[in-house]
Write a protein that binds this ligand. Structure first.
Ligand SMILES: Cc1cc2nc3c(=O)[nH]c(=O)nc-3n(C[C@H](O)[C@H](O)[C@H](O)COP(=O)(O)OP(=O)(O)OC[C@H]3O[C@@H](n4cnc5c(N)ncnc54)[C@H](O)[C@@H]3O)c2cc1C
Length: 322
């Protein structure tokens, strides 16, 4: 049995103060953390419960600001999110189950860990993300669910958050607070590519708290497409968040992020540039533009199918965003 102490943070300063003690971890909704405790992925000496902090507000005043402790279900059901941010609503509603979404917070969603089966294995296997320097079982093992962009020989895992993919396409920022005050991190950059340090999952420092996410402008023409092995309660094989501005049927700007292909939401910047001026009714032109972002895809032994699947899904998501 692994023992730990439990404390409830009364306010943000005391939560930040708690993080200065080594071996301390935060718990919000607990839907990830409790699994990690059971699986031995984390074994903190002290758990600090932040779920009562005043960070649940959802405010829409041009910029949409969502407190880090807002529950996934509350965000998805917010009237402004429902009407003006369909991509965000659907990224939340297609994640996990209704019961989990009622507990899980959006801050915890961004901090969830990869679903790579080797990282989550309940018997010890080589995994640089879980045990730095031990090797990557996935690289020479089953790569069917792994990354096609941005991987290294140290780690080929993908990040599983659907919400993060929508945030990336919405040009959102993650607002964090630490001892030196607040800073803002682009949602596209918040999750780290593995490089030589796959055990560092995000840009959040160990003494920082996520306070909120901010989305600069509404995205009424947007869509979240999630391709998975079953229609509910399943992580994405590949997902796409597409946001377009339109003049009639013609795209005046496009932002596209993919999930399930890298350890961060993967923006299709070359495709986005090429899509300006393209008609949403012209599937060949959409397909050609999207293909520009796949010239540097690096599929592994078992996941070449993701290159085709992701391109087709991106075209479909653009069409649906209309
Ligand atoms: C069976 C299952 C299926 C799932 N399916 C999906 C899915 O399809 N798509 C998807 O996107 N997600 C899915 N999830 C993940 C789920 O969305 C996350 O478990 C949940 O959002 C985590 O939020 P939480 O509040 O419970 O976090 P917790 O478990 O409390 O914490 C998780 C981590 O986040 C940290 N943390 C929490 N809040 C903050 C904060 N404000 N600042 C800094 N660190 C913080 C904690 O310290 C911890 O490290 C699934 C989870 C489960 C268990």
């Amino acid at each position: 049995m692994r023992t730990f102490s439990y404390h409830r943070a009364a306010d943000i300063p005391s939560a930040l103060e708690a993080l200065t003690t080594p071996g301390t971890q935060l718990i919000a909704g607990g839907t990830e953390m409790v699994n990690w405790l059971k699986e031995g992925i984390e074994s903190p000496g002290r758990l600090v419960d932040i779920s009562r902090l005043p960070l649940t507000e959802i405010a829409a005043d041009g910029v949409l600001r969502i407190g880090a402790l807002a529950r996934m279900s509350d965000v998805a059901a917010h009237p402004v999110v429902e009407s003006d941010y369909p991509v965000l609503r659907d990224s939340l509603l297609r994640a996990a189950s209704a019961q989990l979404r009622n507990m899980a917070t959006v801050g915890g969603n961004l901090q969830q860990r990869t679903r790579c089966p080797y990282f989550r294995s309940d018997t010890p296997v080589a995994c640089n993300k879980r045990s730095p320097g031990s090797g990557c079982s996935a690289f020479r093992g089953d790569t069917s669910g792994q990354a096609i962009f941005g991987w290294s020989e140290s780690c080929v895992a993908t990040h599983p958050s659907d919400f993060a993919v929508a945030l990336a396409a919405l040009d959102a920022v993650v607002v964090v607070q630490g001892p030196a005050g607040e800073r803002r991190i682009s949602a596209t950059e918040f999750h780290r590519l593995p490089g030589d340090t796959p055990e560092v999952h995000t840009e959040l420092a160990s003494d920082e708290l996520i306070i909120a996410v901010e989305i600069p402008r509404p995205a009424p023409h947007s869509h979240y497409l999630k391709v998975r092995e079953r229609v509910s309660y399943e992580f994405a094989i590949v997902s796409v968040a597409a946001v377009v501005s339109l003049d009639g049927d013609t795209i005046t700007s496009a932002r596209i992020a993919l999930g399930g292909v890298a350890h961060r939401p993967w923006r299709l910047t070359a495709a986005e540039a090429a899509l300006t001026g393209v008609s949403l009714s012209d599937r060949d032109a959409l397909t050609e533009a999207v293909a520009l972002s796949f010239t540097d895809a690096r599929p592994l032994a078992d996941n070449g199918y993701k290159v085709t699947l992701a391109q087709r899904a991106a075209v479909r998501a653009l069409e649906e965003a209309r």
